[in-house]
Design a protein around this ligand. Structure first.
Ligand SMILES: Cc1cc2nc3c(=O)[nH]c(=O)nc-3n(C[C@H](O)[C@H](O)[C@H](O)COP(=O)(O)O)c2cc1C
Length: 170
């Protein structure tokens, strides 16, 4: 089984979740773990695609929101393209490939809108099988860290992707 994990992360919180997801799956599958700048635009041949990014302004980040983050904190890593632009570049698949999405969002105050939900919608429109529900992992403030217990929850979520009802065939 081949799994592609594509993530976007400015302060590293989403990257930590993605790494945890990757580690949870590595014993079962061959995992290709990449950020949006180096992610392939053609994903045929993968059995599962997992996409994660931070929620910015109620949805996936844009260049303007990433630039706003840079203004708040010059030390952030700003990718050339976030998951929104990667999805724009992604070639639709002919045969549905199972896909799952996650995001990170602030814990308090809780706001509507989810990058994971928006990414799932885009994946569906490109022919992916998105039966699994989008999931959110919470961070403290904009910069993090992740709320206690979120990485454990991420590992469990990842394992359930392979074993749960929406799991791709092995
Ligand atoms: C410009 C901007 C807008 C944001 N908008 C939201 C939002 O609408 N809802 C939310 O819960 N968090 C929002 N956040 C917080 C991010 O979700 C948070 O910075 C992110 O989860 C951290 O992940 P990262 O370290 O991987 O970048 C925003 C952050 C920035 C910089």
């Amino acid at each position: 089984m081949r799994i592609l994990i594509v993530y976007e992360s400015l302060w590293g919180n989403t990257k930590k979740v993605a790494e945890t997801v990757s580690q949870a799956l590595e014993s079962t599958a061959t995992v290709n773990f990449v950020d949006t700048d180096s992610a392939p635009n053609v994903v045929e041949g993968y059995d599962l695609v997992i996409v994660g990014g931070p929620t910015h302004a109620f949805s996936m980040s844009r260049k303007s929101t990433r630039d706003a983050a840079k203004q708040q904190d010059a030390a952030v890593h700003v990718p050339q393209r976030g998951i929104r632009e990667w999805l724009d570049d992604l070639t639709p698949v002919e045969t549905p490939i199972p896909a799952a999405t996650f995001d990170t969002r602030v814990d308090s105050p809780r706001m509507p809108g989810s990058a994971a939900k928006a990414a799932r919608h885009e994946l569906r429109s490109r022919g992916f099988d998105v039966d699994s529900k989008p999931v959110t992992f919470r961070v403290v403030g904009y910069q993090g860290p992740l709320v206690d217990g979120e990485l454990e929850r991420a590992a469990t979520w990842a394992r359930n992707l392979l074993n749960g009802p929406a799991a791709p065939p092995l």
